[in-house]
Ligand binder design. Structure first.
Ligand SMILES: NC(=O)c1ccc[n+]([C@@H]2O[C@H](COP(=O)([O-])OP(=O)(O)OC[C@H]3O[C@@H](n4cnc5c(N)ncnc54)[C@H](OP(=O)(O)O)[C@@H]3O)[C@@H](O)[C@H]2O)c1
Length: 276
């Protein structure tokens, strides 16, 4: 039985992935913001009558809250076998995290950055730790512009490029971690889950939603791939890979730029170090 921690497991891809993993008898820790939805998800998973399901509150909108949740995990669990950084959002208007960061940067990326660094010691205690990052094909439209990390520095905010940038940050982080973890028992890999029928597009204007909905696939498809990446022997030695559902797994040149990955890592470290 593996201990598997998933962020944003109360809906969409995270919930379907948790369902598949608990069905195989694993121990799932659901790290969720909305606890009402999370309790419902927990009950739904427990009804499967297999494995074990725990719940922990996690709000990636605040670095202090991420720190508190991670400390809770560190004091409760001796090890984690798989960390799935899944939670994410699309914000159709400029918004800020509690720390003043642009919402996509803060929630989709920086919160997970802090969360992962805090929990790395538990993954290192696993015989084979695996970290899986939910990136997206949208990373192709992303860019790294540190001046835009703060919400107040985005006078010409555009939803898709901002979301895409956060998914590029997820991928660069995965690649940088993979490099740092080489030769250890922990791996780091990322994926594009396909264009999935979930709650993610709930904020998009109707017209855009209609366009997106033409291509939607069920969350069970990415859940199949994530399960493989989390447990399959074929993924045991893979490190620094980018996988994809629905489209070829081709990542952008920017996402493979080692210098950019190192710079983003170093800047992010400066932003979160007081919470480590
Ligand atoms: N759906 C797609 O087509 C698609 C495509 C490419 C990549 N992805 C990526 O796949 C991942 C999962 O997305 P999904 O499609 O399953 O979306 P979803 O159905 O909207 O689920 C997103 C999850 O993230 C959680 N979340 C949002 N803000 C949070 C916060 N501040 N703190 C903690 N959790 C928070 C949500 O919790 P609440 O219920 O509390 O809001 C929810 O559980 C995301 O990283 C997304 O970028 C999705």
């Amino acid at each position: 039985m593996k201990t598997i921690l998933i962020t944003g497991a109360n809906a969409g891809i995270g919930l379907k992935t948790a369902e598949q993993l608990v069905s195989e008898g694993h121990h799932l820790i659901l790290a969720c913001r909305n606890l009402v939805k999370a309790q419902q998800a927990k009950q739904q998973l427990q009804q499967l009558g297999k494995g074990q399901v725990d719940l922990i509150e996690l709000d990636l909108n605040s670095l202090e809250k991420v720190q508190q949740s991670a400390n809770g995990i560190l004091s409760k669990y001796p090890h984690i076998d798989v960390l799935i950084n899944n939670a994410g959002l699309i914000s159709d208007q400029l918004d800020s995290t509690e720390d003043g960061f642009e919402k996509h940067f803060g929630v989709n990326y920086l919160g997970h950055y802090l969360w992962t660094l805090k929990l790395l010691p538990l993954l290192k205690k696993s015989t084979q730790g695996r970290i899986i990052h939910l990136s997206s094909i949208a990373h192709w439209v992303g860019s790294i512009q540190p001046e835009k990390f703060l919400a107040k520095n985005n006078p010409h905010y555009r939803t898709f490029s901002s979301y895409g940038s956060s998914k590029l940050q997820n991928l660069l982080f995965s690649n940088q971690l993979a490099k740092q973890l080489k030769g250890t028992s922990v791996t780091s890999n990322a994926l594009h889950p396909g264009v999935v029928d979930s709650e993610l597009y709930r904020q998009l204007p109707k017209f855009q939603y209609k366009l997106v909905s033409l291509a939607l696939i069920p969350p069970s498809k990415p859940a199949d791939l994530i399960k493989k990446m989390a447990l399959d022997a074929s993924w045991a030695k893979k490190n620094g890979k980018y996988a994809s559902v629905q489209t070829p797994a081709i990542s952008s040149a920017k996402s493979r730029n080692a210098r950019l990955a190192q710079e983003l890592y170093d800047r992010s470290y400066e932003l979160v170090k007081q919470y480590l």
